[in-house]
Write a protein that binds this ligand. Structure first.
Ligand code: C2E
Ligand code: MG
Ligand code: MG
Length: 268
């Protein structure tokens, strides 16, 4: 239970976050998503960063957790999508290696309530010469599942060719129900399972079953949080198609991402 001081601090921080975009304090970092067979980069997850004027960097888990229930993520959410698509267009212009690359952006449930979402996305893509398939939308399992209008929006997005990914798979209350009812194209195995691969037979079993489930359903998979070669090898040997984690690369600025990752070299 937060004490009164924490509550006051959180109210202050939410108010500051509401101003952050206007003050130019938000930016986007990119983390590579890698094909586990070829070890080449196939995509980039766009991760929001907030550098507050006096407090410095604030963790996304803190500000997203405060902003989402307050409905403060519409502007910043649109900023993340637009910035990611701008950067993808820049990388494509700079390197042939970015030709098939996708960007993957985290979307909060409240953004799905915006009835103008699809038209806005299509206009944003068109103006940059990009297609719906270039943009993956990650929906976290740690948030409550979308209600009827959010689910209807996901169906429309899926129908329009957007790639919907279930993020942090396995951490929600009803992971299997979500896979059954949401129109997803991929699952992102939560970092917690990857971290525990070396020590937990249960995590190994859950990861193997998730990979089998995804194969049976024709879904893609990204394993998150790969930090060691042993984790990478286990996932590769069990047929995990894609991976993400510090072993391959930490989140980086757009320029650093382009310089470090779009140069044709293989990741570890
Ligand atoms: P996520 O979408 O599951 O993103 C992955 C998080 O794991 C990122 O944390 C990333 O930096 C971290 N990570 C990746 N690989 C490793 C690894 O090998 N080891 C460890 N220890 N960590 C790793 P980050 O950037 O702090 O973001 C935290 C969460 O905040 C994200 O989790 C996502 O749920 C949320 N978030 C970030 N940006 C946005 C956004 O633009 N919109 C929304 N709605 N949520 C966002
Ligand atoms: Mg994510
Ligand atoms: Mg995740």
């Amino acid at each position: 239970m937060p004490n009164r001081q924490d509550v006051r601090h959180n109210v202050w921080l939410s108010g500051e976050f509401a101003e952050a975009e206007g003050r130019g304090e938000l930016s986007i970092a990119y983390q590579p998503i890698v094909d586990m067979q070829t070890r080449r980069i196939v995509g980039a997850e766009a991760l929001m960063r907030w550098h507050h004027g006096t407090r410095g960097a604030v963790s996304p888990n803190t500000f997203i957790g405060l902003a989402e229930p307050e409905g403060l993520l519409h502007g910043p959410g649109a900023f993340a999508i637009e910035t990611a698509l701008d950067d993808l267009a820049i990388w494509r212009a700079a390197s042939d290696l970015a030709d098939g690359l996708f960007v993957s952006v985290n979307v909060s449930p409240s953004q799905l309530e915006d009835q103008g979402l699809i038209d806005g996305l299509i206009t944003t893509l068109d103006s940059r010469g990009l297609d719906a398939g270039d943009l993956h939308l990650e929906l976290t399992e740690t948030a409550p599942p979308p209600g009827p209008s959010g689910t209807a929006m996901l169906n429309r997005l899926h129908g329009a060719g957007f790639h919907i990914a279930i993020d942090d798979f396995g951490t929600g209350y009803s992971s299997l129900l979500r896979v059954q009812h949401l129109p997803c194209r991929s699952l992102k195995i939560d970092r917690g399972f990857t971290t525990d691969l070396a020590t937990s037979a249960t995590s190994r079993a859950i990861v193997r079953s998730t990979l089998q489930l995804a194969r049976d359903m024709g879904l893609d998979v990204v394993a998150e949080g790969i930090e060691t070669e042993d984790q990478r090898d286990f996932l590769h040997d069990n047929g995990c198609p894609m991976g993400q984690g510090y072993l391959f690369g930490k989140p980086a600025t757009s320029d650093d991402f382009r310089r470090a990752f779009l140069n044709g070299s293989l990741t570890p």
